[in-house]
Design a protein around this ligand. Structure first.
Ligand code: YH5
Length: 280
């Protein structure tokens, strides 16, 4: 299973880890510690050292209840760090954004992937990516970040997520983004209660069966807190357990904050599942 992203071709026969680099000053996940450009770059280099196959950078918080960030502020946060990373790291750099203006600036600055929690539904988003060689991660979300966790409801969460993702894949292909550049993601925690997240994880093989690489992001999320009773700084063991379960369910990219430990967990799970290539 190959993924074409910018100038890179990734072999996803063996699953990989995507390291999260938050550029939001309010980010609880890094406490705003990576607010400066040099610190952000240093953190990304460390994640690459620890085995990250992608770096995902984002300037707008999409966690539940978050307020939207003006696009010019998002550009100021993301583009300088992106330029530094493209010059300094060998792995593809992904940009987590919902906004076509940011997508265009990101691919112009060398982003190899657009990671969009809105799955290119914003007007102009498909066209912003189609003309580039960038890959796209299409994620399912019910509602908008501000209110999505108020009362998430589904008749059949897996079926609805699968149909949504199929529809967005078709929209991408019709807009000129070939399937070889697409990744799909059920969007854990994005308009989902714990029971929805767990059913999606249990039934991940049904999403993987459509043949596109599946990305999962569960690192440090509320579902870990709900299952373990742990605060956000104590969720690594629970996050690793979920990463293992996702690999067993067929996920090929695990988005995580704690790259080194997640790489080891993914290697163990991949070895068990028989999808582990050469270690190292
Ligand atoms: C994702 O799943 N998630 S940003 C709340 C937390 C901890 C972490 C309450 N971007 C995803 O990481 N992109 C985010 O604790 C994403 N898939 C993709 N493709 C939210 C996040 C987080 C939220």
């Amino acid at each position: 299973m190959q993924l074409h992203c910018g100038s890179h071709v990734l072999d996803l026969a063996t699953p990989v880890v995507m390291g999260v680099l938050n550029l939001t000053p309010d980010s609880f996940a890094d406490g705003g510690r990576h607010a400066t450009r040099a610190a952000a770059v240093a953190h990304a280099l460390r994640m690459v050292d620890e085995g990250a196959a992608f770096i995902d950078i984002g300037g707008e918080s999409t966690r539940p209840g978050a307020e939207p960030v003006p696009v010019d502020e998002e550009l100021r946060r993301v583009i300088p760090v992106l330029e530094d990373l493209v010059a300094r790291v060998a792995v593809p750099v992904s940009v987590d954004t919902r906004h076509p203006v940011v997508m265009r600036a990101a691919v112009a600055a060398g982003a190899a992937m657009i990671n969009d929690v809105a799955a290119l539904r914003e007007p102009g988003a498909l066209a912003a990516v189609a003309g580039s060689g960038a890959a796209v991660c299409l994620m399912h979300m019910q509602g908008q970040p501000r209110g999505m966790q108020r009362d998430p409801a589904y008749a059949d969460v897996t079926g609805e997520v699968r149909e949504f993702l199929r529809g967005r894949v078709a929209a991408c292909v019709a807009a000129g983004i070939p399937a070889s550049r697409l990744v799909v993601d059920p969007g854990f925690g994005f308009g989902k209660a714990l029971a929805h997240n767990l059913e999606l994880l249990r039934r991940l093989p049904e999403l993987a069966a459509d043949g596109l690489p599946v990305l999962v992001g569960m690192s440090r999320k509320s579902m870990v807190g709900q299952l373990t009773g742990r605060g956000v700084d104590e969720r690594l063991p629970g996050s690793l357990a979920l990463a293992v379960l996702a690999i067993l369910g067929g996920a090929r990219i695990v988005r995580a904050h704690d790259v080194g430990p997640t790489v080891d967990a993914v290697k163990v799970a991949a070895g068990f599942a028989g999808v582990q290539g050469r270690v190292g």
